[in-house]
Design a protein around this ligand. Structure first.
Ligand code: PMP
Length: 401
């Protein structure tokens, strides 16, 4: 009986998106959505992506046949090589499989469904805080316990490493643990490599299963290799793991839903069974994925000249964000807004965890039309040379309100 259906809880980001659209205030600023913007505040179609799309449109040999359930082979191979390096032993020894999925979200969901059906555990550990959809995806996949490990030290505005260690040391054996491969969302703070090695020790000792969420390769400092180092380190240490790669941000292909779920095992003999189970689940969720975005990514990653051009365009995005960090920091200092604000410079990737409280964040949204999450997260790419003064003035007012 449809009359019994109730409205569910709203998603904060979707709600913000709607409000930004409806807001007619001339100075409104959207720092809520997790998408790159130019200094004119506009979406950016990467020129390299556009070039390939134009070629594809003119190519009369292409068609719209179904892809295999596991996706486009050239894309899966290229995507896995991008995160692990093409000479990675896991690739050379055939102990890796890539399954094309619907963006990063699809990868997380497929991983969760697979773990629920094929592993004895239905417990997952997520960082506190984490990307809003991690918990809900695992709940909807049927996990009975979504547990949090401490991650953010709100007082010192950095990673609460002692808390993190303590919580993971107590984690239930066999559970899944979600780790952000690079540029943690929402805090913009990653552990150091030394800390990662200690995290790996704990994960090994507690026999946890790592799922790396990799939505921002290239966004930390514009260096694709550096941004892959944590995942590569875990693979080198011999872990079996999943990597949910998203190409939404680094190719600007948000609505094309391009993702790769990469599975690394200790031995090659288990790969056919894993692929088979993955395909069974994928078949029931989306049957097969779409071709367009995966073809664009595969074409660019497979052509050395295109690859170089794309890399430079990823660096352009990362560098504009870094410039915005510096500009915002300088203005906060110039205007003597209370606080050290060093964390704005230290944080990496698309987001900054400003340290604004929910009440202060509410003032930003309600009074100043600066849209941001109530946990204090802002999208640095939403800042421009034109709106940064307005945003900093709004922060000054929110702090003193
Ligand atoms: N994981 C994290 C950490 C993210 O920030 C995002 C996007 N906001 C995703 C996954 C989802 O990516 P996609 O849009 O490709 O599904």
């Amino acid at each position: 009986n449809v009359s019994r259906v109730k409205v569910g809880p709203a998603t904060e980001t979707a709600d913000l998106r709607r409000r930004v659209k409806e807001d007619t205030h001339p100075n409104k600023v959207d720092l809520g959505a997790g998408a790159y913007r130019t200094d004119e505040g506009k979406p950016w179609v990467l020129p390299m992506v556009k070039t390939v799309e134009v070629q594809m449109a003119a190519d009369m040999t292409l068609n719209h046949e179904y892809l295999p359930v596991a996706g486009l082979p050239a894309f899966r191979t290229a995507a896995s090589a991008l995160i692990l390096g093409k000479d990675n032993p896991a690739i050379l020894e055939n102990r890796l499989e890539g399954i094309q999925v619907q963006g990063g979200t699809g990868g997380v969901r497929l991983a969760a469904e697979f773990l629920k059906r094929n592993f004895g555990s239905d417990i997952v550990y997520v960082s506190k805080p984490t990307w809003g959809n991690h918990k809900t995806v695992f709940i909807h996949a049927g996990f009975s316990q979504i547990k949090e490990y401490r991650y953010w030290d709100a007082k010192n505005l950095g990673v609460d490493f002692e808390g993190l260690k303590e919580d993971l040391q107590k984690a239930q054996e066999g559970a899944c643990v979600i780790l952000h491969a690079v540029a943690h969302n929402p805090t913009g703070n990653d552990p150091t490599m030394d800390q990662w090695s200690q995290i790996a020790d704990i994960i090994g000792a507690r026999k946890l299963f790592p799922l790396f969420d990799c939505a921002y390769q290239g966004f930390a400092g514009g260096d694709l290799e550096a941004d892959a180092q944590v995942v590569r380190y875990f693979v080198k240490r011999g872990f079996e793991l999943f990597i949910a790669q998203s190409f939404s941000k680094n190719f600007g292909l948000y609505n094309e839903r391009v993702g790769n779920l990469c599975i690394v095992t200790k031995t090659p003999d288990v790969i056919p069974q894993i692929r088979s189970q993955m395909e069974i689940i994928a078949r029931t969720m989306w049957s097969t994925t779409s071709h367009h975005g995966a073809r664009v990514v595969a074409t660019i990653l497979g052509n050395p000249a295109y690859f170089e051009e794309w890399k430079a365009q990823v660096a352009t995005m990362a560098n504009r964000i870094k410039e915005m960090r510096q500009m915002m920091f300088n203005k906060l200092r110039q205007k003597k807004v209370p606080g050290s604000w060093n964390h704005i410079l230290q944080q990496i990737g698309m987001f900054s965890f400003t340290g604004l409280t929910p009440d202060q964040s509410r003032v930003m949204v309600e009074k100043h039309h600066v849209y941001m999450l109530l946990n204090g997260r802002i999208n640095m790419a939403g800042l421009t040379t034109k709106n940064v003064d307005y945003v900093v003035d709004a922060i000054q007012d929110a702090i003193s309100s």
